[in-house]
Design a protein around this ligand. Structure first.
Ligand code: NIG
Ligand code: FE
Length: 411
């Protein structure tokens, strides 16, 4: 817990990108001040208008830097054993991702490695990756299982994810993704595996409170909408929220299924059609777009950004960090890709990794610099808001503040 006597403070001499609706792009406030009390934002506004009750608090000069809400990576597969460098080389030589999967590689090769890796080792490698993400401004992360595919291995991954959120200065929202691929033991018994998820895995995971939500891979190389329907019904009976990998490589109508279940989000969505967009809008869902996977797979079908805008579906952006299709550790780089590859504006990209990402996780207490929100924010060494999405390969993050306390980011 933060020691509130020392984290209560005024952060001043900064440009605030509040993302609140104050009439200015980005909810921008020049020469701003951010008042932090008890781990929450108490006030945000122009320094000249600082209310007098706060004037006695300690002050921190931000040196004219920019402040944004803490970044939220709302879709990752952070915990896994091994790597897939060999498949990277195969794909560079022209082999398709689906063909590697059909030949027993892809997700299943990471499943083999993850099952063999001891829990502490999984924790160590995931923690190393997570620290890099934090250095790029992440203060909240979603972490999925899905590389275990048997009850004990899935629970091992979920325990690691929970531990990461407890030990590191980041909030972790944990998602059970048992329906990621068909494990080899059930090669000829698809329904048997769905039953295992519904009748055993979900109840054990719910009992140990190991997951906050349930996800699935609705795809030809994954599970059908009818199969995911069974998983979602079982999850809902246990009071777990749902979300779905949908229309990544083809249109299997996963978004419509997810909308029927009032899912938090549908993710990927390159092959989403207008009926799917309409369903997301009607269900009040978030579209989570994953430019890292699109880029890494050299996909050419773009998600329907124009339609998502027209139907007012909030767009979040995430890394989809995983060893097969998106070994990405930088959310600002994903902002750049979303702008360059799909034409999002830099403001849409920033909203996508903050306010809309928070919505995708069902978290209403973060994602904006607004009184009452958690005091998670980032200092940036930039001279223009769009510079956040402009850089490739650098790191403009100059400070990460979690619950009001500045983190030691090391060298
Ligand atoms: O989100 N699409 C399914 N899952 C991951 C890929 C996982 C893998 O190839 O290991 C994704 O892209
Ligand atoms: Fe994913």
């Amino acid at each position: 817990m933060p020691d509130d006597t020392t984290s209560n403070m005024i952060w001043e001499n900064a440009t605030l990108l509040t993302l609140c609706d104050n009439g200015a792009p980005y909810g921008r406030i020049d020469d701003g001040a951010l008042v932090i009390q008890d781990g929450l934002i108490a006030w945000a506004g122009p320094r000249a208008e600082l209310p007098s009750p706060f004037s006695g608090l300690a002050r921190r000069d931000c040196g004219g830097r920019y402040i944004t809400p803490g970044l939220i990576d709302c879709h990752t597969h952070l915990v896994y054993g091994g790597a897939r460098i060999d498949e990277f080389e195969q794909r560079l030589a022209g082999v398709r991702y689906e063909d590697i999967a059909h030949a027993g590689g892809g997700i299943l090769s990471t499943v083999r490695a993850t099952r063999e890796t001891p829990e502490d080792q999984l924790y160590k490698t995931a923690a190393t990756r997570l620290k890099q993400m934090i250095r790029h401004g992440v203060t909240t992360i979603e972490i999925k299982s899905g590389y275990g595919l048997d009850t004990e291995s899935e629970m091992k991954i979920l325990r690691v994810a929970r531990r990461l959120g407890q030990d590191l200065p980041v909030d972790a929202s944990v998602t059970f993704l048992g329906a990621h691929a068909l494990p080899p033991e059930y090669k000829d018994n698809r329904q048997g595996y769905i039953d295992l998820i519904c009748d055993e895995m979900l109840s054990r995971i719910a009992e140990d409170k190991l997951a906050d939500a349930v996800d699935g891979y609705c795809e030809k190389v994954g599970f059908s909408a009818a199969e995911m329907d069974q998983v979602f019904q079982a999850a809902t009976r246990l009071g777990l929220k749902v979300k779905l990998h949908a229309e990544q490589l083809s249109n299997c109508h996963g978004a419509i299924l997810a909308a029927r279940h009032k899912a938090l989000s549908a993710d990927h969505l390159e092959y989403l059609d207008e009926a799917g967009v309409d369903a997301l809008a009607s269900a009040g869902m978030v579209a989570v777009l994953l430019p890292g996977a699109y880029y890494f797979l050299k996909e050419t079908q773009k998600p329907p950004v124009g339609l998502l805008r027209r139907y007012n579906v909030p767009m979040a952006i995430a890394t989809d960090h995983n060893p097969g299709t998106s070994p990405a550790l930088s959310l600002p780089l994903m902002m750049n890709m979303a702008c360059i590859l799909w034409g999002l504006t830099p403001e849409e990209a920033l909203t996508g990794v903050t306010h809309h990402a928070a919505r995708a996780l069902g978290m209403a207490d973060r994602g904006r610099l607004d009184p009452g929100q958690k005091a998670d924010f980032v200092l940036w060494d930039i001279g223009h808001p769009a510079e956040l999405a402009y850089q490739i390969g650098g790191n403009a993050c100059a400070g990460v503040i979690k619950a009001g306390r500045e983190l030691d980011l090391g060298d």
